[in-house]
Design a protein around this ligand. Structure first.
Ligand code: ADP
Ligand code: MG
Ligand code: ZN
Length: 475
């Protein structure tokens, strides 16, 4: 019996707001334990919540970016459960009337394009964090109440590869939309993966399990593969799948049961009496739509159609929003999108990949980077020299102009200046000159090397060769 996997995803994305969802505490990542807390987000009874309007704007933005229907009327429920990371013993969430309904995301996987349908996106509060130290668990409520959107798909995936393609694309859209920073390692984007197996061709889905809180793309791929294997083994041995919540151990690659799965009624959802429903006006929704930043798909079209970049290069630049923003800023200074794209893909990203440059902390501005490329494009600097200047910019943070002045790197336009340098080289190497004139022509390469070293690329190699040859021949 051939078994076929079906997967549905719930993605939690922390919104990029300054403050929490229902109080004015900072929503920033990190800080001293319990530094960003007040009576509201610490669950003291009697604190009056007040909705963060920015969070509402950002979820509507996510809705537009993912083709959802935006509900004008939206409301909140309390989801009740006890766990030490939840001081109020309930989470404010949305069950009946989420802000976004439906929608979809087109992905490419296994050489095919398909649309993953979304069920809904709702707004809720994040829980706190438990730090397990020396056999004790310490609660940190800095994250409690940070606004979160939960993006729920229909069970439309049938392989780990499709899920990975979806998460990568979703993450990019959220980042470009300034909705969520997408930092999975900091937990600001996490996925719950629901998996079931059924006989190939069967209409009915099998019993599902849910792996909670996967926080890297790699872990998502590995966890899905491990869970498909575990369920396959059980089913092939005639055993039943228990609907339960699981955890993936990144270190061992093992799937570990957490608890049997609750159903919605176990949470005793009820309307939050302190948070009035919201009615969004058409004007407000339209204003939110207008504020949606340029999304990666649109930026790709701009790069390919307007900038005439090869799609492959455009995709590489778009892959990291910081690179793409840097590129756009450089093009604004020096309007040569093609040479700047080449410089980024061939040189800057190579340094980044080697760990010699950090896109989050470059010691130079896009304008400096653009200036360097402009010097090359205007014929003032040899193209081969740009990588050396870039390396020095990374090391010293100096401007390209200063580096070229100090290093005498500008392309020497008059041959007199090149000649002067070659004369110096010939004077410094009388023995080699002698050898050449006695017919040992292979020393030419050595002299050429010395001259190039001295000129540091500030003259075209053909010019150097011509002048050197005529000098040696005593012309
Ligand atoms: P809950 O809120 O209890 O986790 P939902 O019904 O909202 O449950 O579903 C959560 C996710 O699980 C959705 O992405 C949905 O597509 C997916 N899902 C539901 N049933 C199955 C199934 N049999 N196999 C795989 N995924 C499923
Ligand atoms: Mg769930
Ligand atoms: Zn607070």
């Amino acid at each position: 019996m051939k078994l076929y996997p079906t997967i549905g995803l719930e993605t939690h994305a922390e919104l990029m707001t300054e403050s929490k969802l229902f109080c004015s505490c900072s929503a920033k990542f990190g800080g001293e334990e319990n530094e960003h807390c007040c009576i509201g987000c610490s669950g003291f009874p009697g604190a009056i919540p007040s909705l963060n309007k920015k969070a509402l704007e950002l979820i509507v933005r996510a809705g537009f970016a993912l083709d959802c229907k935006i509900s004008r009327f939206t409301k909140w429920e309390r989801k009740n459960y006890f766990y030490p990371d939840l001081p109020a013993a309930y989470q404010v969430s949305q069950m009946e009337r989420p802000v976004c309904v439906g929608g979809g995301l087109e992905i490419e996987a296994g050489g095919e394009t398909k649309t993953i349908r979304l069920n809904r996106i709702h707004l809720e509060e994040d829980a706190g964090k438990l730090n397990h130290v020396g056999g004790k668990s310490l609660a940190d409520y800095n994250r409690t109440g940070v606004p979160l959107i939960e993006i729920v798909t229909e069970p439309d995936f049938h392989s780990a590869e499709e899920v990975v393609a979806y998460v990568e694309k979703l993450r990019q859209i959220l980042q470009y939309g300034d909705i969520c920073d997408g930092k999975m390692e900091q937990g600001s984007l996490r996925c719950d993966v629901n998996i079931s197996l059924a006989p190939f061709g069967s209409e009915k889905l099998g019993t599902r399990t849910e792996i909670k809180n996967l926080n890297s793309i790699k872990a998502i791929g590995r966890a899905i593969a491990a869970e498909i294997e575990r369920q396959t083994d059980l089913l092939e041995n005639g055993e039943a799948i228990i609907q339960q919540t699981l955890r993936f151990d990144d270190a061992t690659g093992e799937i570990i049961p957490m608890r049997t799965k609750e159903d919605a009624h176990d949470y005793r959802y009820f309307p939050d009496p302190d948070i009035p429903p919201v009615v969004l006006s058409e004007e407000e929704i339209e204003r939110f739509r207008q504020a949606l930043p340029e999304l990666p798909g649109i930026r790709l079209k701009r790069y390919v159609n307007d900038f005439k970049l090869a799609e492959k290069d455009a995709v590489i630049i778009l892959n990291d929003k910081r690179v793409s923003d840097f590129y756009d800023a450089a093009v604004a200074v020096h309007n040569n999108p093609k040479t700047l794209a080449n410089f980024i893909v061939v040189e800057l990203l190579r340094r980044v990949n080697l760990g010699e440059a950090d896109m989050g902390a470059l010691p130079f501005s896009p304008a400096d980077f653009a200036d360097l490329q402009r010097s090359v494009d205007e014929g003032k600097l040899n193209r081969d020299v740009r990588k050396d200047v870039l390396r020095e910019m990374l090391e010293s943070g100096k401007s390209p102009g200063q580096i070229c002045d100090e290093g005498d790197l500008w392309l020497k336009e008059d041959s007199g200046a090149v000649e002067a340098v070659i004369n110096k080289v010939l004077e410094a190497n009388p023995k080699a000159v002698e050898q050449y004139r006695n017919g040992e022509v292979k020393v030419f390469g050595f002299l050429m090397g010395q001259a190039s070293k001295e000129l540091k690329g500030s003259a075209a190699p053909a010019t150097v060769k011509n002048i050197l040859e005529s000098k040696l021949k005593g012309e």
